[in-house]
Write a protein that binds this ligand. Structure first.
Ligand code: TMP
Ligand code: MG
Length: 213
C-alpha cells in the first residue's frame, strides 16, 4: 500500500492568542497518536540570514520599508517551501506556527495605501497549500490581558485590532474559506486543545478519503 502523504497544518491568530502553546500540544498529540512523523516549524524562522533581518526589524534595531519587510517575510517562507513539500510527499506531517495569512494581514494592517491585502497575497501564491488553517480567535483586549504583549514592533493593541479585522476578511475570501477553521481561543487551554484535535481529525480524514476541495 502506498504511504499516505503528510498533512500541512497551520496555526494562526493574534499575538497572545495561545498559538505556540496549542501548536506544541498538537505536535505532541500527533507524535503520540498519529501514524506519521511530525515536523514542527514556525514563521518567521529567525535562524536563517533573512530570518535574522526580520528579527532585527521586529526588535526595532533596524528599519525596513513596508514592502521590503513584507517580501522578506514571504521569502522566509519560500526558503522552506521545498522542505515542506518534500516532508509531506514523504509522509511527514508538518505543523506550522503562523504562515502566509499572518504575512498578509500584518502587512495590510499597517495602512500603507499601496500595501493592501490583494497586493500582499501575490508573493505568497504557489506556497504549499495548508490542509487546514486553525485560526485561534481572541479579541485584542482579551489577548492583551493575558500577561500583556511583549515589546516587538506589532505588539500594540490598535495594530492587533486591525489585524483581527483583516483575518476576518481573509477567512471569507474565496481562496481561503475552505481551508480556515475558527477556534474560540478565549476558552481554557484544554478546551481549545480538544477543539483543535477534533478539527484536525476531520481535516485529516477529508484528505485521506480524497474529499478535499
Ligand atoms: P511571532 O510572535 O509568532 O514570533 O511573530 C512575530 C511577529 O511577526 C508577529 O507580530 C506577526 C508578524 N508576522 C508578520 O508580520 N508577517 C509574517 O509573515 C509573519 C509570519 C509574522
Ligand atoms: Mg509575538
Amino acid at each position: 500500500m502506498a504511504t499516505k502523504r503528510g498533512k500541512l497544518i497551520v496555526f494562526e491568530g493574534l499575538d497572545r492568542s495561545g498559538k505556540s502553546t496549542q501548536c506544541a500540544r498538537l505536535v505532541e498529540y500527533l507524535r503520540q497518536n498519529g501514524s506519521t512523523d511530525v515536523k514542527h516549524l514556525r514563521f518567521p524562522d529567525r535562524t536563517t540570514p533573512i530570518g535574522q533581518m526580520i528579527n532585527n526589524y521586529l526588535a526595532g534595531s533596524s528599519q525596513q520599508e513596508d514592502h521590503v519587510i513584507h517580501l522578506l517575510f514571504s521569502a522566509n517562507r519560500w526558503e522552506l517551501a521545498q522542505t515542506i513539500e518534500s516532508a509531506i510527499a514523504g509522509g511527514t506531517t508538518v505543523v506550522v506556527d503562523r504562515y502566509y495569512y499572518s504575512g498578509c494581514v500584518y502587512s495590510a494592517a499597517k495602512q500603507n495605501p499601496s500595501l493592501d491585502l490583494a497586493w500582499c497575497r501575490h508573493p505568497e501564491i504557489g506556497l504549499p497549500r495548508p490542509d487546514i488553517c486553525l485560526f485561534l480567535d481572541i479579541n485584542a483586549e482579551d489577548a492583551a490581558n493575558r500577561g500583556g504583549y511583549g515589546n516587538e514592533r506589532y505588539e500594540k493593541q490598535d495594530m492587533q485590532d486591525r489585524v483581527r479585522g483583516l483575518f476576518g476578511e481573509m477567512r471569507i475570501h474565496e481562496d481561503e474559506k475552505d481551508d480556515i477553521v475558527v477556534i474560540d481561543a478565549g476558552k481554557d487551554i484544554e478546551t481549545v486543545e480538544k477543539c483543535v484535535q477534533e478539527a484536525v481529525r476531520v481535516a485529516i480524514e477529508r484528505v485521506d478519503s480524497g474529499d478535499r476541495p
